[in-house]
Design a binder for this molecule. Structure first.
Ligand code: F6R
Length: 603
């Protein structure tokens, strides 16, 4: 969702602020702006477009000062216009605000303020905040009191930062349900929607919780509970990520960099202590019923987990899309809900967890971002350690989650006795081959996959077929194609095809079949059956396979022989590369696809 940042410094902060919103651009990129306070005056510049476009067009680099806030937007309320871009100001120009989230009672507040004579210039919900601040400041003659009164009126979700001419050394910020973090530096302090706002300047952070606000200067900060007005002491957190990891490092896109980082991502997952997985496995055994939940890609990771747990541990842990959870699941005090999330901030997943907790359920999560809301909400966390994922679409993080779930299934299988110690050791040893296997695919198959992608990128409709766990791989690979190449790609189980979708097969529809290794005899043969069905109707077939009969396909990616447990991961990498190369051939905005944003923090 939107990215917000703020800096209070001893020297000019404008270049830091610009670098900061550039680093947050993956959270939203339809418009951006900044407000700088200098000589008791706030200068705001904003416009539609990417951060670079707005910097150039509005010459943001010309504005200087010691205190500033900035915003990169993903529109929710109000179209993508310069007026709707943030920061928003109060009518007298004394308050400027950047906001992420949705003020759910903004219509009512706007009505009240308009009756009092306030004039709104934008269509956004956010603009009520500076006007409310102005209103309460006139009454209280104190900025902090005005902020407290304002917070008492706001409903919905917000993370906002503000500066005011009434207190030219201070930045204020407040949080409810949208993420907000302080960065504590030397002679400069920061506000950010996430670590990337300031990781280049400091790795010390304080994570704000709901109903907290903070007051920052360049050399101090304090945090206050907005409900009690009492100060709060919080521990500094050291951010484990290396700032270098958040750079493109010579790759044309973050997506490609992150796909190529996967051998290291896998090694990180393999280093997760078995004890951590055992703890989660035992929670699964103790639960009367358990679910995996996730959204988009992480739902497919959850589905992957469902198949692994069923096969390796003979445990049924259904996957449910977080947004449907409260309508489709049964939850009580005997339930365990295991959420999967890269950001740890996804609204739908957090809501599902809150719902589960309200019904007494036990909760756990597999998360990438340290200190995120989800890590603090659940009873049990496994950190995936994948490092920053900057591209809006998830690649390395998804692969890491699927691998964690595979290791969880192995541990669960061992504890339940569905796997012998020897079988467990063998499977774990096979997983240790995965970094080298992925490296080999990246080295040897990328060029080839690029050729296939270029040859077919003008085909608008795609079917992605998989059986068993390869069904999850097919779904996730199809999502990648939709997201980055903007091509219509529909994933489905191979067996589903004959129940209707077969009618689509013909000219103009390409079918990709994710065929398992021959060692998985039943799945392998069923996949060939689906392939034959498409072939018989004259469909164009692209096979991703290990050892199938090449004559079945018009195009194919043949993968090296490998243990069956590695097959889905290898095919996932092919799916990622296919989407990436199709997107680059079509000149798509790979790292920031249209209409998308990393970390969807609204309903
Ligand atoms: C797809 C993608 C999204 C996210 C989803 C959940 O490439 O990135 O589908 O997977 O929005 O996000 P997290 O994992 O942050 O909870």
């Amino acid at each position: 969702m939107c990215g917000i940042s703020g800096v209070a410094g001893l020297t000019d902060v404008s270049h830091i602020l610009l670098a900061s919103i550039k680093s947050l651009e993956y959270r939203g990129y339809d418009s951006c702006g900044m407000a700088i306070l200098a000589q008791r005056r706030i200068e705001i510049r904003k416009d539609v477009g990417t951060v670079d476009e707005v910097i150039q067009r509005q010459r943001l680099y010309e504005v200087h000062g010691l205190l500033g806030i900035a915003h990169t937007r993903w529109a929710t309320h109000g179209g993508v216009t310069s007026v709707n871009a943030h920061p928003h100001r109060s009518s007298d120009g004394a308050f400027a605000v950047v906001h992420n989230g949705i003020i759910s009672n903004y219509r009512q507040l706007r009505g009240e303020l308009e009756e009092l004579g306030y004039v709104f210039s934008s269509e956004t919900d956010s603009e009520v905040i500076p006007h409310l601040l102005h209103f309460y400041y006139r009454r209280e003659q104190d900025v902090e009191r005005a902020l407290q009164c304002c917070l008492a009126r706001l409903e919905g979700s917000y993370a906002f930062a503000l500066l005011t001419t009434h207190e030219p050394e201070r930045l204020y910020c407040a949080k409810l349900q949208s993420p907000l973090i302080l960065g504590i530096g030397s002679n400069q302090n920061f506000i950010g929607s996430d670590f990337n706002a300031f990781i280049a300047y400091t790795r010390s952070a304080v994570v704000l919780d709901d109903h907290e606000y903070a007051v920052l200067t360049n050399d101090s900060y304090r945090i206050i509970n907005a409900l009690t007005s009492l100060p709060i002491r919080k521990n500094l957190m050291h951010i484990a990520w290396d700032p270098e990891q958040a750079q493109k490092g010579g790759y044309p896109h973050y997506m490609l960099k992150e796909v190529f980082e996967q051998p290291q991502t896998v090694s990180k997952v393999l280093a997760i202590e078995r004890g951590e997985l055992e703890k989660l496995a035992r929670s699964l055994f103790d639960a009367g019923r358990a679910y995996f939940i996730g959204a988009g890609t992480t739902y497919y990771a959850a589905l992957f987990g469902q198949y692994q747990l069923a096969e390796l541990a003979q445990l049924f842990v259904p996957a449910i899309s977080s947004d449907e959870f409260k309508f489709g699941a049964l939850v009580d005090a005997e339930t365990l809900v295991v959420a999967i999330s890269q950001s740890g901030e996804t609204y739908d997943t957090l809501e599902a967890l809150r719902f589960a907790r309200e019904h007494g359920a036990h909760t756990a999560a597999i998360v990438n971002v340290q200190g995120s809301s989800m890590t603090r909400l659940v009873d049990q966390v496994i950190m995936q350690g994948s490092g920053p994922e900057i591209c809006v679409v998830s690649t390395k993080s998804a692969l890491a989650q699927m691998l964690i779930l595979t290791r969880l299934a192995l541990v669960a299988g061992l504890l339940r006795g569905t796997l012998s110690a020897v079988q467990y050791d063998e499977r774990e040893a096979e997983l240790r081959l995965l970094p080298a296997v992925i490296q080999r695919i990246l080295n040897e198959k990328s060029g080839f996959i690029n050729t296939i992608a270029r040859r077919h990128c003008h085909v608008n409709d795609w079917l992605y077929l998989g059986r068993g766990i390869y069904y999850a791989v097919a779904m996730e690979s199809a999502l990648k194609m939709k997201e980055v190449a903007y091509l219509h790609a529909e994933g489905m189980p191979g067996g589903f095809l004959k129940h209707g979708t077969l009618a689509l097969i013909g000219e103009g529809v390409n079918t990709i079949v994710f065929t398992p290794p021959r060692a998985q005899r039943e799945l392998h043969d069923l996949s060939l059956g689906s392939t034959e069905e498409v072939k018989a109707r004259g469909g164009y077939l692209i096979g991703i396979h290990f050892d199938a009969e090449p004559s079945l396909y018009q195009d194919q990616v043949q993968l090296p022989e490998m243990p069956a447990i590695l097959g889905p991961f290898a095919q996932l990498v092919v799916g990622q590369l296919l989407a990436y190369f199709a997107a680059t051939a079509l000149k798509r905005n790979v790292d920031k696809p249209r209409s998308l944003a990393k970390s969807v923090t609204v309903a």
